[in-house]
Every structure is written in structure tokens, then in C-alpha cells.
Ligand binder design. Sequence first.
Ligand code: FAD
Length: 503
Amino acid sequence: MTETAYDVIVVGGGNAALCAALSAREQGANVVVIERAPEQQRGGNTAYTGGGFRMVHDGVETVKTVVPDLSEGEIENTDFGQYTAEEYLDDLGRATQWHCDPDLAETVVRRSTDTVQWLHGRGVKFVPRFGRYAFKHEGKFKFFGGTVVEATGGGRGLVEAEYKAAKQHGIDVLYGTQAISLLRSRGGVGGVRVLRNGEEQDIRAVAVVLAAGGFQANREWRTRYLGPGWDMAKVRGTRYNTGDGIRMALDMGAQPYGHWSGCHSVSWERYAPDFGELDRPITASRNGYPFGIMVNAHGKRFVDEGADFRNYTYAKYGRIVLEQPGSYAWHVFDSQVDHLLHDEYRSKGTTKVQATTLEELVARMEDVEPGAFLDTVRQYNAAIKRDVPFNPNIKDGRGTTGLAINKSNWANALEKPPYVAYAVTCGITFTFGGLKIDTTAQVLDMADQPIGGLYAAGELVGGLFYFNYPGSSGLMAGSVFGRIAGHGAATYATSKKAAVATS
Ligand SMILES: Cc1cc2nc3c(=O)[nH]c(=O)nc-3n(C[C@H](O)[C@H](O)[C@H](O)COP(=O)(O)OP(=O)(O)OC[C@H]3O[C@@H](n4cnc5c(N)ncnc54)[C@H](O)[C@@H]3O)c2cc1C
């Protein structure tokens, strides 16, 4: 068994890991990144993202600090609004039913803007999130829901920029290398045992940052922790996040924390492949439901599609789709809202049916009770508050009254053909349960004491998200805690080495 040594090992090759590696290197540490995936598939779930970051901002002035080439026209025709720390904390609180760890939440929120600026300073370029988080209304884009920027080139652009920065800063990367356990040393961690080219190797280090993602790609753990039925969910992102980082830390006495039976999951193309495909990262998403209705096999609506902006509901509605008979549903729209549906509804491999009458439509919707569906649409159309104007940029209050499940906003009658319906199932994004860390990103044991030299960031951290998730908080949380973890690990390594030298 061969051995090499570093100051800091970062386990994982996504956003949280790269932020940790860059931050540790800035402190002068000798750093290696261990990425399980081969180089062509590097970047974990991060590579599959839209690259959106949720940060505190004051509108155009903050946006300009990370999008310096914003044009005069864009400034004039855009209302970025503003997003205060209090609003961000409130969104995290509301989405998680007030379970989120207040110290971790506060850290993410207070360090969000500065961390996006830090990434920008390391070569990550950003653009405004037009389209997804701002619809053009009366000639002007108006942002809603807190997220105003995304990395140029989405998740892949983000990953490319981060690896480029890692190379420039002399960080080693080992691809196709799976961390399998932590090595101990006196007072804490002492390195990582890896599997590389079919052989076990020990890599020694003074500190280790775990950033190896959640366990959503592990069918067996999904069923064990999320519950029956979850073995059948589609994985939206990487196949490599199977909970290794979490298991390795638990084996060393780390404390499990957060919502272990919870996850981020969405409406997803019913016949999508079992795992994400890097070349088609978001084309299986189906997030237009606030402007239509969702029905199940019984032809019934089962959720308030317009309860909130889609980025406050999409992450919890996947579970509700999974719970429907057969774990599928249909999104149904008419021609009035077609222009509001994102390109993903028009992508190759979409299960779509279209017709000029509702009767024809339901005849083409596989496995749906036709009579019940027609009753559902009739009752829904009759219950709409038609005197309230439709506006996709605000919670317009154009809802329904008197239904068993009312729709709160954006209720358009299904009455203008052609009608379209899209088949969806549940796509899991990432799991919420993970390791307990403190605000310095140190992994805590069962007595809430830090395990010497062990840090964690990203999706394998528990305690931030429960039940639901405000869109674009994942990259932000991973960046904030990755940066903190890298700094902490490098500082720990320096002081440990100094102590050894003087002893
Ligand atoms: C389709 C999709 C769209 C999304 N869009 C957004 C968005 O726009 N904004 C947002 O904030 N969030 C988004 N998310 C959520 C987002 O992906 C995550 O919050 C974030 O990217 C997680 O970063 P991470 O570094 O923690 O994990 P990852 O990026 O998944 O990185 C984990 C890494 O660990 C590696 N790994 C796993 N096991 C091992 C092992 N044993 N040894 C070595 N390496 C290992 C993996 O190969 C991977 O490189 C999206 C997710 C998906 C799937």
C-alpha cells in the first residue's frame, strides 16, 4: 500500500470541494482534491445545476459587483428588487418549517454576498438569471424569489471555472479515486484511505474536508432512510453521491444531523434515465405547474400548484408526485400559458400529448381516468376568480374557491386549445440528512465536540434543509461552508505542524 502526504485532503470534486480547496490553498496549504468520478464526469451534482446562487443583495448595485459588464439596457429594463438578510432567513425558516439550524442558516445568509464576490474574484463569471427567475411583464423584467445571478455556463461553467482556478493555484486533483475510509491520528483525523485503479492507498494529511455530496444516488440508502417507494425515484444528477463521505465520518464517531428522511425532489420527466446525463442537465425538469394543473392516475388534482413561486414549492412537490398511485402525474396546460413554459418542456425525450379538445387530450394521457379528469377540469374552470388579473411575476391571488384543494395563484382556465399534458414522476436532487458541523465547518461528535482536523461542507451537511428548500440555496451553502472549511482546515494544519515542530 503506497502513501503520500498533504496538509489538507478535500474529498469530493463539486462546488463545495473546490471552494474548500481554493480557500485552503489561499492559506498556503498543500492541497489535494480526491474526485471519485473520471475527469470527463467531474463536478458532482454541481455540474448538473443551473448555477443559480441565492445571495443577499441591494439590487443593481450588488449585481454589478459580480456582473460588471451589465449593459445600460439591462439595467434600465430590469427590476432586480432587493433581498435582505432578514428575508433570506425568513425564507429558510418558512421553507424548513422553522427546523433549520439558526446558526448555520445565519452563517450562510450573512456570508452569501461576500462569498459570491469571492468566487467572482477567483474567475467565476456570473450573469443575471433572466428567464427562470424573472418574466418579462409590460416590457420589463422583474425578479422574484431571491435569486438574481447564476454562473455563466450554468453548473458546467461553474465547474470549469473552479477547476481552472484550482490548476492555476497548484492544487492537485486525483480523478477516478474513491475515498473509502478516514485514517486516524492522535487527536483526530490523519488522512484518507482511497481506492484507485483497483488498489487501496493511504493518503496522509493533517486535516480533511469532506464534500462528497449526499446519498441520493444510493438506492438502498434511499429506501432505508427516505422510505418505501424511494428506490424507484430518478436521480437528477450524478451517480457518484452514494453517501460515502457521511458513512466515513459516522464510522469515526461523527454525529448524524438534520432531516434524514427528507430530500429535495421535483417533478421530472416520467421516462427519464435512472441517473442524470451531463450533456442534458436540466432538460427533464418540469417546473411550469404553477401555470396549469397537476392530475394523478385518478384524474384528480392533489396539490395547490400555485401555493407560491415555483422556487418555493418545486423541491417538495417531487415527494408528493412519488406518493401518487403509480408514482406519476400529468402537468396540464392550455395555449394561454404555453409561452411561460421553459425550454425543458420542449426538449428531446419529453413525454407530451396534445389535442384540440380535453376529451381527446385525456384519451392520450396514459393511465388516467378520463371521466374523473374531465370533472376535475370542469370544476376547476368554474372555481376561478376570473375578476383577478393574471400576472406571473407576482403572487397574483388569481386563485380558485370552493374546491377540495384550491389553487392560490395563477389559476388560468383550461379553455383555449390546443391543450397539452406532460407525464412526470419524482426526480430526487439531493438528500437533507448528513453530518453535524459548527459554524466553523468542523464536524462534531455525539458530544457536540469537534473531531480534530475534520471539516465538512455541501450536501453532506445536515441541519440546513428540512421538508423543503428555497431554490439556489445549495450552491450558496456549499460555497460558504466550503470556503470556511478550507480556511479552517489549512489553519488547523499550520498550527498542528507548528506544535509538532516545537515539541
Ligand atoms: C439538476 C440539478 C440542478 C440544480 N440546480 C441548482 C441551482 O441552480 N442552484 C443551487 O444552489 N443548487 C442546485 N442544485 C443543487 C446543487 O447541485 C447542490 O446543492 C450543489 O451542487 C452540491 O454541491 P456539493 O459540492 O455539495 O456536491 P456535488 O457537487 O454533488 O459534489 C460531490 C462530489 O463528491 C464526489 N464523491 C462522492 N463520493 C466520493 C468518494 N467516495 N470519494 C471521492 N469523491 C466522491 C462526487 O463525484 C462529486 O464530485 C441542483 C441539483 C441538480 C441535480
